[in-house]
Design a protein around this ligand. Structure first.
Ligand SMILES: [Zn+2]
Length: 472
């Protein structure tokens, strides 16, 4: 692998931005600091006027991911999804393992690990999803064994019939997480409240796609966040709340943190910049925006931003779960499988390629957050919480050379046609952004050059056996 020198750039880490040259050898950063002689490297990248960021860590993706009782799956596999991620400046994704009906959680994890490693172009880790006890009575034994395989974070669903776990299962799972120093994660919506609302809407014939929002109230999210925090505090475990969409739910996290709870909240770009008003009148095509929790009213956004700026929300991930609007021949039924009937629309939106550009535009270019906070939200904090720091999430000697050379002045218009996901639409279509990746390196290999993919070798990504979380 050639030695690479990135020169004349400004290195941005979560704690500081400094002018520094970066020397990369054998996939790692081997020197950082004063200007270096170009002769030390085989390849020189001139980053004059540009920023050098740690590669993005997206801790929430769903690639070739089964939904609705395994009746369909997301459009991107570990190849197309990771190509899309890389083109947007993300060099690590952490996806999920959902127990398959005829396999234990442990066996499903090992199988999915091999699938991911065989296709990914960037590095991939997996969170374990804890199934209801009824689906696997000895699941706690599997969770114990999975820690050694790198699953140091476990997700619990508080919503979705068939996946949601009861409070006693949450308590048992949280207790084991505390014993093993694993970070539990929750999809926090009260599944009973949501199911009841879905039933009521269907009874009244209110089944159009846009009614999806009505079934997923702010209260059901805020209630579940509150309950999860109380249960986590009861057993003394830290807690991570995925995809916080409601300002009311973020408020619960803010209050809990102020009272001393160790809880971290994640939000996603779709909740920060897209709104219900953008899809309310699209008819069946509103299916493109259906995800859970839902993309909420525009009036909700200011509260979320406030929580992001003040630190109550700690990470920005995508929950990338793309489904096509036009049915491809080679995929199971996608977004339009039940036009006019929201309960059957597969939940999820794409975004793994857009995350950095959208957050930079809406957060940094707008002046709400600075570049260091941006790096913390998209790379450093997720790397710490999910056992990858300091190998990932920081530009430092000894770290993997996962680097993004970022042009803060580059203009770009986001479109589906210009993206690499298999999803055939983009919820940010037409958004004009200033700031985009121009070079992306993964463990020293030059994957993206000028926004285009330069190296596309399925399976070059490695599977990440993650360590215990770093909660400092
Ligand atoms: Zn998700």
């Amino acid at each position: 692998m050639p030695t690479t020198l990135i020169t004349n750039g400004t290195v941005v880490n979560a704690d500081a931005a400094i002018r520094a040259d970066v020397l990369v050898r054998d996939g790692r950063i081997v020197a950082l600091g004063e200007p270096m002689d170009a002769g030390v490297a085989d390849q020189v990248v001139d980053a004059t006027g540009l920023l050098v960021l740690p590669g993005g860590v997206d801790a929430h993706t769903h690639l070739e991911y089964p939904v609705d009782g395994f009746s369909t799956h997301t459009a991107d596999d570990f190849h197309t999804g990771t190509v899309s991620a890389a083109c947007g400046g993300t060099t690590t994704v952490i996806d999920f393992v959902k127990k398959e009906p005829d396999r234990s959680l442990y066996d499903t994890y090992l199988r999915r690990r091999d699938v991911a490693a065989g296709k990914a172009v960037i590095d991939v880790g997996l969170h374990a999803i804890v199934p209801p006890r009824a689906a696997q009575p000895d699941v706690l034994d599997d969770l114990r064994r999975l820690v050694a395989e790198g699953a140091t974070s476990w997700k619990f669903f508080m919503a979705y019939p068939g996946q949601m776990v009861a409070d006693d299962e949450l308590l048992d799972g949280f207790e084991l997480a505390r014993e093993l120093d694993v970070l539990p994660m929750v999809h926090a919506e009260n599944g009973h409240m949501v199911a009841r609302e879905v039933r009521r809407l269907v009874e009244r014939g209110r089944t159009a796609e846009s009614f999806h929002l009505r079934a997923h109230g702010h209260d059901s999210e805020a209630e579940a966040v509150h309950r999860a925090v109380v249960l986590a505090d009861t057993v003394g475990t830290p807690l991570y709340v995925v995809h916080v969409s409601s300002a009311a739910a973020a408020d619960e996290i803010s209050r809990a943190r102020a009272a001393g709870s160790r809880v971290w909240g994640e939000t996603c770009p779709q909740y920060l910049v897209v709104a219900y008003e953008d899809y309310a009148d699209l008819g069946e095509r509103a299916a493109a925006y259906v995800c859970s929790p839902p993309i909420r009213e525009r009036a909700n956004q200011a509260g979320l931003w406030r929580m992001l700026v003040t630190g109550a929300l700690s990470t920005v991930a995508t929950d990338h779960a793309g489904f096509c609007l036009h049915q491809p021949d080679d995929l199971p039924p996608q977004k339009m499988r039940s036009p006019g009937y929201f309960p059957k629309v597969p939940n999820g939106v794409p975004g793994v390629e857009d995350r950095l550009m959208v957050l930079w535009q809406a957060g940094v270019a707008s002046g709400l957050i600075d570049p260091c906070r941006f790096v913390d939200l998209v790379a450093t904090r997720p790397a710490k919480l999910f056992g990858l720091f300091p190998r990932k999430g920081t530009v430092a000697v000894g770290a993997d050379a996962d680097l993004v050379v970022w042009d803060p002045a580059a203009d770009h218009v986001i479109t589906a046609a210009g993206s690499h996901t298999r999803t055939d639409y983009n919820i940010y279509e037409g958004m004009r952004v200033t700031g985009r990746p121009v070079h992306v390196f993964s463990r020293g290999e030059h994957l993206v050059d000028g926004g285009g993919l330069r190296l596309d070798t399925p399976g070059r990504g490695t599977f990440l056996t993650r360590h215990l979380p770093y909660l400092g």
